[in-house]
Design a protein around this ligand. Structure first.
Ligand code: AMP
Length: 586
């Protein structure tokens, strides 16, 4: 689809006056102090705490009995929590943590599907000023153990099944993990029972003074090399979640909001929990797995007005066409947004055909803690573009000069690395215990995002690709190193290299190339065994879907495997600069 295409917005045509008008994006100064003033702050000037803004503030306001969380279970069970209910539950959990000896700064890890306890635990732990780290429940034992180790987990909240399948055997590796709480079963050996803890706990809790710079959330993300990175976020990030909820997602009082992302990833926490609650908007949580029919049921039956979803989901819907939408009443819907991977221009336009409005793409990443670039409700949409930087966000395209510096690209549609000027409240404060890795992200006063992008003459940004070898599969960031390391634990594997292979639905799938040790021959049985080995340890999201055998893998003179070359060959693309190639696969 050509770049010149635009979906023109007319304010009269929109069902609601958008919170932020397009012209606010064009060079107007932005005051973060004014953004902070939209929030309450702890009583008596005791600082800023995410859970106070998300829960207590509304619980004691006029909408205290309004619905904060509407949960729809897999079997259709519904549970509704008002802000007051949520205040009581989160108070109990904060007290339970104290009783278990968790101090301020203590690490609380969560491993569960989208169940109400996950939301109570997150907000309760934030009240107790513990640090919350959500894990994705589809991870296998290996990624879970690595993250619990790096994050120095002291307590894990999970389900009996996940515990038995994925954690129990690892406990000897985790001496710091003092408690495991099971939300859905009586305590078994070495675990505690959520319900018993909550029943015994006091329903009143006063949030201690909280410095806006106190650590609040730890989200893991993956790089090309090395272990996963623990991205540190502080309570101050709530300013960004709140403001971008209003601007990028256009949340208004009375909205019924649904973010289909899992809280195991940053979107599911920042926007599947914090942003709607701080904005006093009903947050719908759906436990069921991804499936277009279920989504349509949810949109219709729950009267969703704002839906935040992802390209993989949109592509799954597109595959079925608009037929399943026929006869449905989706009149409550007024704003659609998407994040996490490149959104095909066709998908944006399909939104108009299917729902009468485009999907609004926006861009951000775990490190930025909140949406940076977005297509706003009031803005014309250029299908295929991520939109424009939000107020207070300065973005640029830069190129590295080869001597450790960067130069700004001020031409239109010339690709370079997407860079952001630090200063917004939700920027990461570090990678846990990895100062050097953190510092490397900043050059010449800019934060380099690791993404390649271009800017057009109207200030819209266009995603080009990753600057590194990290893979995005169904919206989940997968670090090749983690996959390669697991494959190499198999006795038959000498070397492994992992790439992202384009896929029409998932965006990319994880594909591995493997060289075998002497004495092992490639075979279909061995391929299946390796796929099974990886899946068991890494979980379905991270494990490779395809494995090819190679005699050798192409390497640079310094011994690094050239994933880029494997990818180019896989896709039949030009092989590029081979001057550093030392040994080849052939
Ligand atoms: P994560 O930290 O897991 O949220 O992943 C962040 C990465 O996802 C970004 O650095 C991009 O590579 C990719 N991403 C996020 N949003 C978009 C988008 N709207 N278009 C293209 N890529 C995106």
């Amino acid at each position: 689809m050509e770049r010149g295409r635009r979906i023109v917005k007319q304010l009269e045509g929109l069902r609601m006056q958008p919170n932020l008008l397009g012209e606010a994006l064009d060079g107007r100064p932005f005051d973060w102090g004014a953004a902070r003033a939209l929030l309450d702050g702890l009583p008596s000037g005791k600082g800023l705490n995410i859970a106070h803004e998300a829960v207590d503030r509304h619980a004691s306001g006029p909408n205290g009995m309004g619905t904060a969380l509407r949960w729809i279970g897999r079997d259709g069970t519904r549970r509704v929590l008002s802000w007051r209910d949520l205040r009581t539950e989160t108070n109990r959990f904060a007290n339970a943590l104290r009783r278990l000896g968790l101090k301020e700064g203590g690490r609380v890890f969560l491993l569960a599907g989208r169940i109400p306890e996950l939301y109570v635990a997150t907000l309760g732990a934030l009240k107790a000023k513990c640090v919350v780290c959500p894990l994705f429940s589809a991870f296998g034992p290996e990624p879970i153990a690595t993250r619990l180790e790096i994050g120095e987990a002291e307590i894990l909240i999970t389900t009996a099944t996940l515990y038995r399948r994925k954690v129990e055997a690892l406990r000897p590796r985790l001496p710091l993990l003092r408690h495991v709480v099971l939300v859905d079963a009586a305590a078994v050996d070495g675990t505690l029972d959520w319900h018993a803890l909550m029943t015994e706990a006091d329903p009143v809790f006063e949030i201690p003074p909280t410095d806006p710079e106190d650590m609040a959330l730890l989200h893991f993300t993956s790089g090309t090399t090395g272990k996963p990175k623990g991205v540190v976020h502080v309570h101050q990030s709530v300013v960004m979640h709140h403001v971008t909820g209003r601007t990028a997602l256009d949340l208004h009082p009375g909205d019924i909001f649904w973010c289909s992302a899992d809280p195991g990833w940053v979107t599911g926490t920042s926007y599947g929990m914090i942003a709607p609650l701080t904005n006093g908007v009903t947050n719908v949580v759906v436990e069921a797995e991804f499936d277009p029919q279920t989504w349509y049921d949810v949109l219709e039956q729950e009267r969703i007005s704002v839906w935040y979803t992802a390209p993989t989901a949109i592509r799954m819907m597109m595959k079925l066409g608009t037929e399943p939408l026929r006869g449905r009443d989706l009149s409550s819907l007024r704003f659609l947004a998407s994040v996490g991977e490149p959104l095909n221009p066709e998908a944006v336009v399909w939104g108009v055909e299917a729902f009468g409005m485009p999907f609004h793409d926006n861009w951000w990443q775990t490190e930025t803690g909140g949406i940076m670039i977005a297509n706003l409700a009031a803005m014309d949409v250029k299908p295929g573009s991520m939109g424009k930087p939000l107020p207070g966000i300065e973005a640029a395209i830069v190129q590295r000069d080869g001597q450790g510096g960067i130069a700004l690209v001020d031409a239109w549609m010339v690709p370079g690395e997407l860079a952001l000027k630090p200063g917004w409240p939700s920027m990461m404060r570090g990678y846990l215990h990895e100062e050097a890795r953190y510092k490397k992200c900043f050059v010449g006063g800019w934060y380099l995002t690791g993404d390649l992008a271009m800017r057009d003459e109207d200030g819209y940004f266009w995603f080009v690709g990753r600057a590194d070898d990290v893979i995005k599969s169904s919206g989940h960031l997968v670090g090749p190193f983690e996959v390669e390391s697991t494959l190499m634990e198999h006795p038959a594997v000498a070397e492994a290299a992992v790439i992202g292979k384009p896929d029409p639905t998932a965006g990319e799938i994880v594909k591995a190339f493997v060289a075998l040790k002497p004495g092992h021959e490639p075979s279909e049985a061995l391929r299946r065994e390796l796929l099974g080995h990886a899946r068991k340890r890494l979980g379905a999201v991270v494990a490779p879907k395809e494995i090819d055998f190679r005699l050798n893998l192409p390497k640079t003179r310094s011994g690094k495997i050239m994933r880029r070359l494997l990818k180019a060959r896989e896709l039949g693309l030009p092989e590029g600069d081979l001057s550093t190639l030392e040994s080849d696969e052939r």
